[in-house]
Design a protein around this ligand. Structure first.
Ligand SMILES: [Fe+2]
Length: 180
């Protein structure tokens, strides 16, 4: 990762919370949806899928934390590094691998590609494109495989401008509870 620009690592949860407030004003790939809205909708979908799994839900909230920080190809690795002092390894790994979950789903299910948004389609090649057979096998053996797929499915469902879901204040206790 030597080609990475300087990574702004959050020193504590307060810094992360302040950044989440800033994300309210960052425009997402979908018009009318902020980067924070997208994270909130992803966390909400994961709460519906796995109500007890707060780490999974917070991973959804934070998965695109680095979207505005770097080239699309690196945003998942960059995001995990931004969180290395404040979030546990499972959450960071779910974030670091979330683009691979998309690559996996496209690689094993050709119709999945057709359902992607235009932006998601255009970033697909940049993110590595189709997986090789060995990459597919490695992904299937990943211990977080099922959770990674959940994050990706939730990500796909989290692109509706104006949708009412829990606001950021709802998640702050959980954010602090899972923090390291
Ligand atoms: Fe996303």
């Amino acid at each position: 990762m030597s080609n990475f620009p300087h990574v702004e690592t959050f020193e504590n949860i307060s810094e992360l919370e302040s950044y989440l407030q800033i994300m309210k004003n960052m425009v997402c790939e979908v018009e009318g949806l902020s980067e924070l809205d997208h994270g909130l909708q992803t966390a909400y979908e994961l709460e519906l899928m796995s109500p007890e799994d707060k780490e999974l839900q917070i991973a959804g909230l934070l998965h695109d934390i680095a979207h505005q920080q770097c080239h699309i190809r690196d945003h998942e690795q960059y995001g995990a590094r931004m969180l290395e002092k404040v979030m546990p390894i499972r959450i960071r790994e779910l974030i670091a691998q979330h683009a691979n979950a998309k690559r996996y789903l496209v690689s094993v299910n050709k119709t999945y590609y057709d359902k992607l948004t235009p932006t998601s389609r255009s970033s697909f090649e940049d993110q590595g494109g189709l997986m090789s057979d060995s990459e597919i096998k490695a992904f299937e053996q990943h211990e977080l495989r099922d959770d990674l797929i959940k994050v990706r499915v939730a990500d796909d469902l989290a692109k509706t401008p104006g949708r009412k879901v829990h606001d950021i204040e709802y998640w702050l206790n959980d954010l602090r509870a899972v923090a390291i």
